[in-house]
Design a protein around this ligand. Sequence first.
Ligand code: NAD
Ligand code: UDP
Length: 311
Amino acid sequence: MAKILITGGAGFIGSRLSKKLLNEGHEILCVDNFYTGQKKNIIELMDDKKFELIRHDITFPLYIEVDQIYNLACPASPIHYQFDPVQTTKVSVHGAINMLGLAKRTKAKILQASTSEVYGDPEQHPQSESYWGRVNPIGPRSCYDEGKRCAETLFFDYRRQHNLDIKVVRIFNTYGPNMCKDDGRVVSNFIVQALRGEDITIYGDGSQTRSFQYIDDLINGMIKMMNTKKDLTGPINLGNPDEFTIKVLAETILKLIPDSKSSIVYKKLPIDDPQKRKPDISLAKEKLGWQPKIKLEDGLIRTINYFREQI
Ligand code: NAD
Ligand code: UDP
């Protein structure tokens, strides 16, 4: 059984990963500064002797002893990562340097939660790991996109320079229970709006696409990746290749909440909003024997049930 550090452990993905790894018998050190994380995501884990919470900002060094590190700390929703863009770049870059330094000292394996945003507004469709992306370096999304790209660079330089055991996963849009009600990302926004009878806010004309992955599929992929041999570094895409327009997503959520009083309204499309996104997951299938199992409607039903309890 391993001693595992999860940075961003009180966030949406981090809390679900903590629970799963705790259930597998590992010791979990959850590090979070509660920028977007929530105590209620981890409250049920606090009674477990193998779970420890450390309030800490990873832009500052951390001295603990660990076997594995999942580096997830970073706001992931556009409204949150654009609220304090300098801090977003800091957490991506300084945070990565600190966690890589920790991995170097402790000889821990370290996995980076990278993102499909490294592909920017892509010309290649679907996106495979060999595609270098089309990212605006100076726009409002750049703090996140370029921060995550620089973090990948650091991971691979620590590998080349210090022979670290690194793993880089590029996560595509993921949704599910433990997302914040006011997270701002599309799935939680639409579900919360539909449950409250508020307008469903489609940005642009809703023809842009995303490919939505349910949280449990992602967690399985991340753990599989962490447990591979040293020669498999990634980057590797983890996402669900079923692609939907944002308009179809809104209609599907309204269909699944038939008593909703909401109607769809159209708002301005944010700057640099990618037009399409869909992962090529051939590499994950081949190297990890992994592919997502949960269909959009099934995952949405579980997520709707979660938000019904929250509201
Ligand atoms: P989230 O906002 O729910 O979680 C991020 C967590 O990091 C929060 O608990 C937050 O408080 C914490 N955090 C932020 N800055 C910190 C700092 N300086 N020090 C310590 N903790 C800090 O987001 P999420 O969806 O769970 O995303 C987790 C990771 O996965 C992020 O790195 C994100 O970029 C990546 N990712 C997520 C998605 C997705 O669709 N959910 C897609 C691609 C990549
Ligand atoms: N979006 C929307 N309405 C919302 C929130 C988001 O139409 O209330 C759109 C957004 O413009 C983007 C897509 O949904 O085209 C996915 O947005 P999200 O913020 O979830 O993630 P992204 O993939 O853009 O990082």
